[in-house]
Design a protein around this ligand. Structure first.
Ligand code: ASP
Length: 336
């Protein structure tokens, strides 16, 4: 089987200059054209994944290690499916079964992974910055699958892809310029919020963030977003409502009065959604606390909720990232 024709546009440089980075550690620092390049690359895989025959041989012979030091359901599965659909040999390493439990240092784990000569390593870790530490010690590309409260770049990218395709499908202008996006919830602990803020502001969207005072990071304005504590005000006329999970595993002490009170002030209900633009779409990275940050009748609202589309886009986006980051190893013309 031959590789499908990649989508090309004149908005980014040719070959490796389109995405000159060895790793994908975060969205912060990426240029708009680099983000758009990855989104465009993912489009072909969305169509490919909708066909009955999904196996491609693009990464055949390559080994990818998914090293997950923190729990994950959808991200791990999504990266595993992405690698396998592209024909790579994919190996999953769970921290619970690894020497990490026996006290191995992160550096030793990195050196061990490196010695296995894998062609890409996908890492999730509970500590912000841990993925960069490993990336500095290995010879192959590293993809950050979420590090602490820092970044979750493929989530930011798949969310942007989901938004762009939803605009296109509804016959709207698919540019991010001027698009109003409200991100609401536990912003303080959310790497998803950070990657989305970087991604959407870089692409020109107007981003509002909304959280109770205890869950709003200090100095968030520096990320070119407008902070709100009043959810109704933050929703006014917004085109996209992105809800975040309350990350209780990262909370020491009490950050919210009670889940009931939290829902009352910050939960996305049908009544609240009516404050947004008439056709505003709803997103959530999952896993959801139904009845806390989002009501079931909103999460499942046909035509407005993009939550399952986000999961679908995740596989295509990760296929694109694995393809692009391994082009040097594969000696793809223009990428050596
Ligand atoms: N799945 C996302 C993450 O890993 C969001 C969440 O857990 O709430 O960050």
């Amino acid at each position: 089987m031959t590789s499908p024709e990649p989508t090309r546009a004149s908005r980014y440089p040719a070959g490796a200059a389109a995405f000159p980075h060895r790793h994908l550690l975060g969205i912060a620092g990426l240029a708009p054209h680099e983000i758009l390049f990855l989104l465009d690359e993912a489009e072909q895989w969305v169509e490919h994944n909708r066909q009955p025959h999904k196996r491609h041989d693009l990464l055949s012979g390559l080994t990818i290690i998914n090293a997950f030091f923190e729990n994950s359901t959808r991200t791990l599965l999504s990266f595993e499916i992405a690698g396998k659909r592209l024909g790579a040999d994919v190996v999953n390493m769970h921290a619970a079964q690894s020497s990490v439990k026996k006290g191995e240092t992160l550096i030793d784990t990195a050196l061990t992974l490196n010695a296995m000569r894998s062609d890409a390593i996908v890492i999730r870790h509970a500590s912000s910055g841990a993925v960069r530490l490993i990336a500095d010690k290995v010879d192959c590309p590293v993809l950050n699958a979420g590090d602490g409260q820092h970044e979750h770049p493929t989530q930011g990218l798949l969310d942007a892809l989901t938004i762009r395709r939803s605009l296109r499908e509804r016959g709207k202008n698919e540019e991010f310029n001027g698009l109003k996006v409200t991100i609401c919830g536990d912003v303080l602990h959310s790497r998803v919020a950070r990657s989305n803020i970087h991604c959407l502001t870089t692409l020109g969207a107007e981003v509002r963030v909304c959280a109770p005072p205890a869950l709003m990071p200090e100095g968030i304005e520096q990320l070119k977003v407008t902070p709100f504590h009043d959810f109704d005000a933050a929703l006014d006329g917004t085109d996209v409502v992105m809800m975040l999970r309350l990350q209780s595993e990262r909370m020491q002490g009490s950050f919210i009065p009670s889940p009931r009170e939290y829902r009352h002030l910050y939960g996305l209900t049908l009544d609240r959604l009516a404050k947004a633009a008439p056709d505003a779409v709803v997103m959530h990275p999952g896993p959801m606390n139904r009845g806390v940050e989002i009501d079931s009748n909103v999460a499942d609202l046909a035509g407005r909720s993009l939550i399952t589309t986000q999961v679908e886009m995740g596989v295509a986006m990760r296929m694109a990232c694995l393809d692009v980051l391994t082009r040097r190893t594969r000696n793809v013309e223009g990428w050596q």
